[in-house]
Design a protein around this ligand. Sequence first.
Ligand SMILES: C[S@@+](CC[C@H](N)C(=O)[O-])C[C@H]1O[C@@H](n2cnc3c(N)ncnc32)[C@H](O)[C@@H]1O
Length: 264
Amino acid sequence: MTGQPRLAVALGDGGDPALARRLAASLSLPLLSQPGDDLELLLLVDAAGPALRPLGPGASGPVRCRFDDAALRHRRRGGHNEAIGRALAVGRTPGARIIDGTGGFARDAFVLADLGAEVTVCERQPVLAALLAEALAAAAGADDPWLREVAGRLQLVAADVRTLPAETLAAADALYLDPMFPLGGKRAASGKAMTVLQYLLDDDETSAGGLVEWALAQPVRRVVVKRPRRAPPLGGRRPSHSLPGRAVRFDVYPNPDHDKTQRE
Ligand SMILES: C[S@@+](CC[C@H](N)C(=O)[O-])C[C@H]1O[C@@H](n2cnc3c(N)ncnc32)[C@H](O)[C@@H]1O
């Protein structure tokens, strides 16, 4: 998807009108009662909260950003075997501080927080950042104590990860990147959520390669990059090792100079 998607906010059945107005105002989007033919994507506010709903023939159903869904609870059951946790060495350091530089729907960040990490989640796309803020607020006020506790370990920064202060990066145990996979690649098979992201994002392998170059130059202990299982390493940078996940792998780049840099 290139250029800005044609996007508007709409109020659906049982939706909170104040939330719809707030999202429309903060994102400078029109609030429509009837979606027109010229739209590609709706930010729909219905009884279940906000959702992104692609429009047009063959479009998928709505995608929600929320942390109380069955898929995340299912992932939780296998959680302590998750390759992502091992790649980021989350289990080894109690309260490990992770920066997730590519927040998206923060599903990976949530898994890391569930494993005990304190996660700073950066998301630069304003619509996604707004959905994440709503999802975090809902989880923080949920009845379920587990959800509240995990949400309490997630902190959202609605900005480009490259704007984080150097001290924040230096204090982190690891920086995690999950840039969009190439269109039509493995990511296409990875579900509705990533398909919807493609409406909103212009990211490509070149910009993702630039992001990894930036990450590897930061004063952070370790960088981990999620890749499709058979894809070449991002930016042609060979990792020290990789951990296979189900359909993906995690490329690990330790920074041997980190502690030295801190002492200088
Ligand atoms: C593939 S998605 C990440 C999915 C995420 N791991 C999850 O579990 O839901 C990539 C996200 O990174 C964001 N992104 C890409 N480059 C970024 C940057 N430099 N700073 C902050 N966010 C960025 C994009 O806007 C997009 O939402």
